[in-house]
Ligand binder design. Structure first.
Ligand code: 1GP
Length: 245
């Protein structure tokens, strides 16, 4: 079970997730990235994107044929469900007030998910913004992120997510964000929430990955930086496995 692995790793090992947006890949670039993920012993491959509408099934099949790393859907919309994956982050955008992303889409997807073999992982998804340029997820979801400086609101939202029964809390600064989530915010959320904490968005360097892990992230998600430079995954996973952790 994917969630058990994440849950049991808390306090011991960090979980590294490669995020793949099939829209940004050719077959050969995807194969190269998956090969690097395999070499670097990445723990999970998340698949999803803001605009993805086709090519999901073949991309997941290609990934599955070339690695044993579990594939988890990170759906940007209801269209992004595939029976070929191993699991799905069942995201509730709890930083926002868009009812479709809090319950509406979940009702529409429930029957399909119950009839699938996907491991469903309920996830409280918290979008944190810098108050400058909108991220894709902010625009597409039609929600406002919680301002990065409002640590108390971010923490209260994470606590509410835990009390509502989510299994993961995901602090997201948006794909390609100029700044990842502030380590101080991660520390504060970690103090008040016992669920595994996922952190993603704007992680470009192994040093940044190291900082968010030291602050308390249990799971890190990296997409953009590895599309540009797949080799970087080795350095990023190496800092997670170093004794400094
Ligand atoms: C976005 O958290 C993920 O949803 C990853 O973001 O592409 O910036 O690594 P990046």
């Amino acid at each position: 079970m994917i969630y058990n692995k994440i849950y049991n790793a808390r306090g011991k090992n960090k979980i590294f997730c490669l995020l793949v947006d099939p829209e940004n890949h050719t077959k050969s670039s995807l194969l190269r990235l998956v090969g690097e993920a395999e070499q670097a012993h990445a723990d999970l491959i998340l698949v999803g994107g803001s605009l993805l509408s086709q090519g999901l099934d073949p991309s997941i099949q290609l990934i599955k044929e070339n690695t044993g790393i579990p594939v988890v859907l990170f759906p940007g919309s209801l269209m992004q469900v595939s029976p070929h994956a191993d699991g799905i982050l069942f995201l509730s955008l709890i930083s926002g007030r868009n009812p479709d992303l809090l319950i509406g889409n979940h009702v529409l997807a429930a029957s399909m998910l119950k009839n699938s073999n996907l491991e469903v992982i309920p996830t409280g998804y918290i979008l944190v913004g810098e108050g400058r340029e909108s991220s894709s997820v902010e625009y597409i979801s039609n929600t406002k992120p919680i301002p990065a400086g409002k640590t108390d609101l971010i923490t209260a939202t994470a606590m509410a997510g835990e009390l509502l029964g989510h299994h993961l809390i995901y602090l997201e600064s948006g794909s390609g964000a100029a700044q990842p989530i502030d380590p101080q915010t991660i520390r504060e959320v970690k103090k008040h929430v016992s669920l595994p904490l996922v952190v993603g968005g704007g992680l470009q360097s192994p040093e940044q990955v190291h900082r968010v892990c030291q602050a308390g992230a249990d799971v890190v998600v990296v997409g953009n930086a590895l599309e540009d430079d797949p080799l970087k995954i080795r350095e990023m996973t190496a800092v997670l496995r170093s004794p400094l952790q």
